[in-house]
Design a protein around this ligand. Structure first.
Ligand SMILES: [Fe+2]
Ligand SMILES: [Fe+2]
Length: 303
């Protein structure tokens, strides 16, 4: 006899099972739209391009991009190992990890091929960064937190890469970042759709996970930028900030989930929604206090 699903609170196992058909659907979608590409197709061009000299801002942003790609969450490994090879969850995790690894590879190869970094120093920085991990204390605490975290991280990374194109001002870097951003768009849609399905399955439980993640999400590059401000007079052109995080990532995502207009939340979901509304207002005030000029030419869409 099948155990009835509690619509208000699902166990981790129930969530994995209930979401599996959604994973299968979105895996098909991803496969239909994904492009096979090879980092080597991008790097020879970089070498022939007379090794462009990146500005301090551009070099810093490219290194941040690489370190962000490196920080592929490891908590999904358990899921991949739980399901048999060929199952939708397992196939997706392996596909996603391979694509993220490719992103890190092409950024690394570009930085080295253009002489923008010392290869040994970069290797040390990558190892150190991976051993520290992402600063969020909530990732991986359960599946819903992981899905919410991945949705925001993928979307944020896409926005970061597109803004970075303008900062770099190098056609080769532009092409590489365009390619990666297109992949991040597909990853964003995958995780966003899973969160959407989870909201329908367990509205309050998913609302809580989204609220927890949004209100604790570290903004990439913010600490690095603050550190540089204290230690150097080199002006750093911002690639990502509160304004972009709020208006280019959080607001479009929450709109896509219809978060502030859903009618299926219980008291817990309503409470989270209210808190999230207050948090977004707080973020908006911060963004208004620290306005930064926006690079022009980056086309953003939630897809
Ligand atoms: Fe990536
Ligand atoms: Fe991604």
């Amino acid at each position: 006899m099948t155990t009835p699903v509690n619509k208000f609170h699902l166990t981790q196992r129930q969530l994995l099972h209930e979401l599996e058909p959604v994973v299968a659907q979105n895996l098909d979608r991803h496969t239909a739209f994904a492009v096979n590409w090879d980092p080597r197709d991008y790097i020879p061009d970089a070498c022939e391009n007379d090794a462009p000299t990146l500005t301090a801002s551009a070099r810093s942003a490219m290194i941040t991009s690489l370190l962000t790609e490196d920080n592929l969450p490891s908590y999904y490994r358990d899921i991949a190992d739980t399901f048999p090879p060929g199952s939708p969850w397992s196939t997706w995790i392996r596909t996603w990890r391979a694509e993220e690894s490719q992103h890190a590879d092409v950024l690394h190869d570009y930085l080295v091929a253009t002489g923008s970094v010392n290869a040994d120093a970069l290797k040390h920085a990558r190892m150190q960064h991976m051993s520290v991990g992402i600063e969020s204390t909530l990732e991986g605490s359960n599946l819903l937190h992981s899905l919410a975290h991945s949705t925001i991280q993928e979307f944020m990374t896409k926005v970061y890469h597109l803004n970075n194109q303008v900062v770099c001002g190098d056609p080769v870097a532009h092409r590489i970042l365009e390619r990666i951003a297109a992949d991040e768009q597909l990853h964003t849609v995958f995780y966003r759709n899973l969160c959407d399905a989870a909201l329908d399955l367990a509205p309050d439980q998913t609302a809580r996970a989204i609220g927890d993640v949004v209100m604790n999400f570290p903004i990439p590059g913010a600490a690095r930028r603050d550190t540089r401000r204290r230690t150097t007079s080199v002006p750093v052109q911002p690639v990502y900030d509160f304004d972009r995080h709020l208006n280019d990532v959080l607001v479009p995502l929450l709109d896509q989930w219809n978060f502030f207009h859903r009618t299926d939340f219980g008291p817990d979901g309503e409470l989270i929604r209210d808190r999230l509304g207050v948090f977004l207002e707080y973020l908006g005030r911060n963004a208004a206090r620290t306005p930064h000029p926006r690079p022009t030419g980056s086309g953003l869409s939630v897809g």
